[in-house]
Design a protein around this ligand. Structure first.
Ligand SMILES: [Zn+2]
Length: 249
């Protein structure tokens, strides 16, 4: 079911430190790609699981979207990227979807899970958030199935860039911003110059400006150039309050 990337290391189940789950290919490139790149640069093994292949999209085909998502994954230094090919624009939190996702989580064993923020204009984004959380819970149940070991991610971050909510934390992606932008522009069927859907899709120049402005806004909140916002449901634990950033006054 899962489509494997050419740069995927082996046929063995990959062990991933941090996994981002998203509704559509090109979501993570806009919401948490900079953080994934930064994690990879820090030596962590990162992965992305897209739930749909954008089969209802105005432009391109699901096959093309997956091909483009693999190229984008390479640019984001991912160790693995998969796609569950669930139905786009009508994603549902069904038992079958939860079980499939729980099995993937047991196989990949991520310690950190990045999900979309739970409220969203696009129903798929909200559903992906709900599905991811419930699958993460199921994945920890010993009796779920006899073939895979129980596993539950230690921490869940909600990527909140699509939602206009105050972040719990902002990751400095100043050094990763250009690479993240190139990853997004790897979706040439979506963002390349073309006639079809040109009333719906902004051109490349507009995309660059828009993403830079948003990343600049969040970066500014923590005193850096570019940032990516996240919400966590728990308070943030701090080892050393003397190191706490950003500056207050
Ligand atoms: Zn999306």
């Amino acid at each position: 079911m899962t489509i494997r990337n050419p740069y995927f290391d082996t046929d063995e189940p990959p062990r991933i430190d941090a996994l981002a789950i998203a509704a559509h290919p090109d979501d993570v490139e806009q919401t948490c790609g900079g953080t994934l790149i930064r994690l990879a640069e820090q030596g962590y093994r990162t992965g992305v699981l897209d739930l749909t292949a954008g089969d209802m999209g105005t432009r391109g085909t699901p096959e093309l979207r997956i091909e483009e998502s693999e190229a984008a994954g390479g640019l984001m230094l991912l160790k693995w990227r998969g796609n569950l090919r669930l139905p786009d624009a009508r994603l549902e939190n069904t038992l079958a979807a939860r079980m499939t996702l729980a099995t993937e989580l047991r196989r990949l064993q991520p310690r950190l899970l990045i999900l979309p923020y739970w409220e969203a204009r696009h129903p798929d984004h909200a559903k992906a958030s709900e599905l991811g959380y419930e699958a993460a819970f199921l994945a920890g149940l010993r009796k779920l199935d006899q073939y895979t070991e129980p596993h539950r991610p230690r921490k869940i971050l909600y990527a909140s860039q699509y939602a206009n909510v105050p972040p719990s934390l902002v990751v400095d992606i100043t050094s990763q911003f250009d690479r993240r932008m190139e990853a997004l522009l790897a979706y040439r069927s979506q963002y390349g110059a073309q006639q079809e859907g040109s009333d719906l899709f902004p051109g490349e120049g507009e995309i660059r400006e828009r993403l830079a402005t948003v990343a600049r806004f969040y970066g500014n909140l923590i005193g850096v150039k570019y940032g990516e916002p996240f919400v966590v449901k728990e308070p943030v634990a701090v080892e050393d309050v003397m190191q706490l950033g950003p500056r207050s006054i």
